[in-house]
Design a protein around this ligand. Structure first.
Ligand SMILES: *Cc1c(COP(=O)(O)O)cnc(C)c1O
Length: 442
């Protein structure tokens, strides 16, 4: 796994990173070493201005290229805390939610739930009922059994539930297996290829308490090119045209899911989200013209690309272990409980020694966590100045799928979250206590 030394400016993977006169790493204009002193480590940081900037890029580009009826939905599984839903409400974003817990959090954060889309391949009866209680706008229906369960609950309430049907377009976006969800053999949705998508639609159109609004697909994550999205959009529109011809139903909404990539390393490309969206829109217009269809309202569901580079994790270095002619380890005071992504997928991250940014990066090491697992690693082959105990280790781009995937493995409390906004730092989630970890034990 490739990592980098942040000792030259080109290595700054995002424009919210910098180095100040003290030789300290800065994030969103704040001295990270001072933040580590003030709040302790491990510590999650969030850059609110960057989150808003990303929302506006998606919102602006989607309205411009897909039309006014289109909008982005923030995929809450990337980072699901109350404060995110305050930002999403203020930015007029929609959201996607995948569980009753996410619905509860968004609702507690004051989000208007009519703009939410409820996903999941196994919504339980209690999830369906809870979502309706909270006024979730759209269900993204995954299967026949779920369709019938939604119909039953809506009928009981005398309401009409809007739904999208989750369709498996059957394409392979060449990313990691475990984050590749658009193939025919996926656990999600109904495949076009097998005829099941048409069967699901046909059944949905016959339900009295269900209003079918369109289709949804999600092909994967951390995708850098626009081609997989273009193929997905083309397949979805062709399906929509076929269904208009065969069943007389034309979709109002096409939801293309999430998955646009983020730069974790300097050699990852810097993605031009607007250019990608423009390209997708161009191809969609061609299909609509060819098939004589009205251009649909489009939804996209970015999660990672909204919050990833708005996040950073700070740790303190502890034991430095050098095994001559083998390898060296720098152990930190966090690890897989706050960031399981290297352990799960071998995910790349850029790492820096935040209090000694101007020193030469001549020490190659594996940055390891503190858990009783050899696989508890944050990154391998990291170059940094040889750390001393107490130095601050910064891991970049941890805004997505870190806090939301965190655990208490080895009974390690979850780190606090500090929100950085316009020059201010505010503690929005306090550090978990040992008592918190016992709070459900009777
Ligand atoms: C995970 C997921 C997303 C978000 O994906 P990102 O790669 O974080 O943009 C959006 N929609 C659905 C249905 C998902 O499962």
């Amino acid at each position: 796994m490739l990592t980098i030394c942040l000792d030259n400016k080109n290595d700054m993977i995002c424009d919210n990173l910098g180095v100040n006169e003290a030789g300290h790493l800065t994030f969103a204009g704040h001295d990270t070493v001072s933040l580590a002193e003030k709040y302790g480590t491990p510590l999650y940081l969030l850059d609110e201005d960057k989150i808003r900037e990303k929302c506006r890029i998606y919102m602006g580009a989607m309205k411009k290229h897909f039309g006014e009826a289109s909008m982005p939905l923030y995929a809450g599984k990337a980072l699901c805390i109350k404060d995110i839903y305050r930002i999403m409400r203020e930015e007029k974003m929609g959201i996607d939610v995948v569980s009753s817990g996410e619905i509860f959090t968004a609702s507690a954060g004051g989000f208007p739930m009519e703009n939410s889309y409820f996903h999941g391949n196994n919504k339980t009866d209690s999830d369906i009922s809870f979502a309706m209680d909270k006024g979730v706008g759209y269900f993204v229906c995954d299967s026949v059994t779920e369709l019938l369960a939604i119909q039953k609950e809506a009928e009981k309430r005398g309401s009409i539930q809007k739904i999208l049907l989750r369709i498996t377009p059957g394409i392979d976006p060449h990313t990691h297996q475990s984050i590749n969800t658009g193939r025919v053999d996926s656990k999600f949705g109904a495949a076009i290829e097998t005829g099941q998508a048409k069967e699901l639609l046909s059944l949905a159109l016959r339900q009295k308490n269900i209003a079918v609004m369109g289709y949804h697909c999600h092909i994967g994550s951390q995708i850098f090119e626009s081609e997989p999205f273009i193929s997905a959009a083309e397949i979805m529109l062709s399906f929509s045209a076929d269904m208009r011809d065969e069943l007389g139903f034309e979709a109002e909404i096409i939801n293309l899911g999430g998955g646009m990539g983020v730069r974790y390393l300097p050699d990852h490309p810097l993605i031009d989200y607007e250019a990608n969206i423009a390209e997708i829109a161009k191809h969609m217009r061609m299909i609509c013209d060819e098939r004589g269809m009205k251009f649909p309202a489009v939804r996209m569901e970015p999660g990672r690309s909204i919050v990833a580079d708005a996040g950073m994790t700070l740790y303190s270095a502890g034991t430095v272990k050098i095994i001559p002619s083998f390898k060296s380890y720098v152990s930190i005071d966090g690890g897989m409980p706050d960031n399981p992504r290297f352990a799960l997928y071998g995910s790349p991250y850029s790492v820096a020694l935040a209090n000694r940014m101007n020193e030469e990066c001549d020490f190659v090491c594996t940055v390891a966590g503190r858990c009783c697992e050899s696989g508890d690693i944050i990154q391998e082959d990291v170059k940094m100045p040889k750390p001393e105990r107490g130095d601050i280790v910064a891991v970049m781009t941890t805004g997505a799928y870190n806090h939301s995937m965190a655990s208490n493995y080895n009974r390690i409390p979850r780190p606090p979250v500090v929100m950085l906004r316009g020059g201010e730092d505010k503690l929005i989630i306090r550090r978990e206590t040992y008592e918190d970890m016992l709070s459900c034990e009777l």
